[in-house]
Write a protein that binds this ligand. Sequence first.
Ligand code: GLU
Length: 549
Amino acid sequence: MPGTNLKTLLIEDNPLHSRLIQELLAKSDGPEFEVDSAGTLADGLNRLAADGYELLLLDLVLPDSEDLETYLRVRAAYPDLTVVILSGMEDIKLAARAVEAGAQDYLVKSKLDGPLLVRSIRYAVERSRAQHAEWESPMFRLAQQQFLKAAHLMGLDDNIRQRLLFPQRTHVVTFPFRRDEHRYVETVAGYRIQHLLTMGPTKGGVRYHHDVNLGEVTALAMWMTWKCALMDLPFGGAKGGVRIDPTVLSRSELQRLTRRYTSEIIDVIGPQKDIPAPDMGTDENVMAWMMDTYSHQMGHTVPAVVTGKPVVLGGSEGRREATGRGLVYLVEEAARHIGMDLGRATAVVQGFGNVGSSAARFLEACGVRVVGVSDVTTGIYNPDGLSVDSLLRHVDENRVLEGYKGGDAVSNRELLEIPCDVLVPAAIQNQINADNAERISCRILAEGANGPTTLEADEILQEKGVFVLPDVLGNAGGVTVSYFEWVQDTQNYMWTLEEINDRLRQILLNGFQRTIQRSERDGLDIRTAALIEGIHRVTQAKLMRGLFP
Ligand code: GLU
């Protein structure tokens, strides 16, 4: 949530209180508050009607409305709005009744200090978003829609269809970790979802992001199942997450958070049970701390409990850049398939984290002119081509792309619509949707992110003749090298980078060929063909194992 604007309405008739609260919110080091204020309920309700507010700070005793009635009138008009009650010492009982009736929280005005106020509000908004989102997440809906479409087209047995629609095991935890100042203990929500236990241990990354919720992690776990099955890896899908913005944490806070999260899910992970790896917001340091925490509890070092570790701890050569490298192996193959000369091609890459920056680097190495890149802060466009090396140096020094001088600044929206041969969404989900699919102008869409394209957009892209390398295929390089890492750890053996890259290419191209054959044979779009490849393997395994008891 930090880094986002929280449109807030404050309804408070005491001008002194109103000013104090606005001053405290202005000092927030979390989300930025865009505050409007009203002195009466009637004025407040008028404002709410006009604008898209996400948060209401509400005094219950106003000139034109008193007590619980004030909250009930707001709730009747705006049932989904997050409301935090501002209460006097003497009205606490009343405030508590408003919370029982549906308000997210109450704050006592005389006890307010800045960080406390901001934190309580942040928690209230997060809780409210999570309550609306949990299973109801757009991402989980997308994962289920894609699965249902594939299941329908392959005539999947309904018993198996029902079994695969929801995860087998869902672990939801809340846990505290200490902030550096030692004044605050943050309580956060964490998840570990295991979608399918049929194929072997479960496998998938851990995501730290301020919007993570049960539905999102579940969608990601389901996609891991199809990805592993498509690649013929002996894993079912899993995913984990913690709802926190990691960019505002110090290194030691990140370490404490990671260790506590690991210990909360320690019973459900393990080299033969479930093997975490990096995902958005986590990296090899986080994996080292997870491995260390797990090993301490076991009494001996267990490198195989996570993948994506530093090489010195039993990580694999080539794992860090495996997703981007794998994506580019597949882009080369897709280009051959449609008769495109990569030496004359241009590319745009959305997202400059691990996946996006590696993809840009490997595309450049293939002779592709990278004309646009972006991260959360900005997009950069230069039709003559950007130097990926100098972009990487800039990010190394400044953490973000903002301020890079070698091109024009564009928004993330504009970036996606730049005409190019290869477009790589490598940021977050739901980037190419019904609103912009018509204006996407590329020949190959190579999905580095998970779930960047909605079902409606898929149809539009298909009509436009775009060759889609779907996420379960396009970004499978990461989990494939994770598999190599796990094998090396369990066998105490090390492979060279050449061996890793050769095997990676072989496995990915094999998955690509099978997908293309199925797509051409059955007249399917490539995403559905890839999903059916995965679902088919899982179905065979389920039928062979039979049903217990
Ligand atoms: N988080 C990555 C993915 O979404 C990698 C998972 C892994 O290596 O287990 O595929």
